[in-house]
Design a protein around this ligand. Sequence first.
Ligand code: ADP
Length: 453
Amino acid sequence: MSFGTVLIANRGEIALRIIRACRQLGLKSVAICSKADQGASYLDAADHSVCIGGPTASESYMDGSAILMAAEATGADAIHPGYGFLSENADFAERVEAAGLVFIGPTAGAMRTMGDKIAAKAAMRASAVPCVPGTEGALSNDAEAMVAAAEAIGYPVIVKAAGGGGGRGMRVVRSVNELDVSVQATREEARRTFNNPEVYLEKFLEKPRHIEIQVLCDHHGNAVWLGERDCSVQRRHQKVIEEGPALGIPREAIGAVGERCVAACKAIGYRGAGTLEFLYEDGVFAFIEMNTRIQVEHPVTEALTGIDLVAEQIQIAQGNELSIHQSDITVSGHAIECRINAEHSLEGLPSPGTVVNWHSPGGPGVRVDTHVARGTTVPPYYDSLIAKVIATGRDRAEALSRMRGALAEMRVAGIEVNIALHQAILRDPAFVTGPATIHYLEKALAEKRFTVS
Ligand code: ADP
């Protein structure tokens, strides 16, 4: 089956990325937008664009009915959800299929299982994927059982919402005195934010790295893994810098976990692109969750493997067999991505507004994924990510040097962006020597180690 037209249920840089993939494949693209994004220049890259509602996400990019109406009106036969918004919403995927369209992603069933972190860990354990030690099911509300569960794991523990995401719904508990309050607070937050009050406990790892494995699976039972990304540089559990290959981890260890991921995806009948996220500490990988969509940091893998992951996603959704075999996949050189956010470098506060000057860097080994140009308005309603700079080199030193050059060349005026924060990290000997743990950035900020002008 081949699509004629793909509607992109997203905005900004990822919408433009998907428009480009459609063009590569000879498909027409429809971009949707909210009133806040109407008139944005990136929309011109699509064959059609449709304004579907008001400025807030719930009136537009989260409004499944409005999106389906736009798909019908424009004759789209498939919907690509990008990341965020409705990309991991199994109900939406079902509605898309019920309307006779193709949802470019896994089945609603696989999304439901992986969207529930308790069910996801159970599925991974069943395929012998190593998981972070913790409660095997939802945490009981019985005070004694709770205390016993935490003691069995050993403090510190982390309370996590089964339906959590975006770095929310997590609390670290260091002793039995804090347990009850933290569990109740996480439960309440989970009920309100994720509409699912289930929580579970995990061992809180003190110095792990965040290492994730990219997979691609088709409808015919084929699955491959495409190397790893180290996403340990985080702020408030949100990724800031990602790179690959991961520094200092033996290739055999990565290979073993990659093979496990492929086996697990085959066992659950997964299809599409996906990412299995692990914490890595003292030479041990431990699964935390799976994302059933394309990720912000996918260009790192594209740079290392030369494979267009978005085009692959679309071809898989068309029912094609994977064109790549595991033996075709080679990772060469080093790649690093800096997320450019419309926010103050040190405080991290959002900075919406109109971009009055914009210059994107270039040169060998530099890729910039962005929808922004001079005159673009960055609305206050959505995520603050406005661009991704990806630098590739023969080795890490060359990739870092190219990234420093790219950031020095980049010009943004009218809004605050976090370029100075990236520059401070890139000249910090602790980061350059590496490897950073997930606490590296918060610690450096708390110690006021970075001075940015
Ligand atoms: P989300 O779905 O909100 O992204 P994750 O489960 O992927 O949540 O966790 C996000 C981040 O939180 C991880 O990358 C890591 O930095 C931290 N984290 C999660 N679980 C643990 C744990 N057991 N120990 C230490 N840090 C953790």
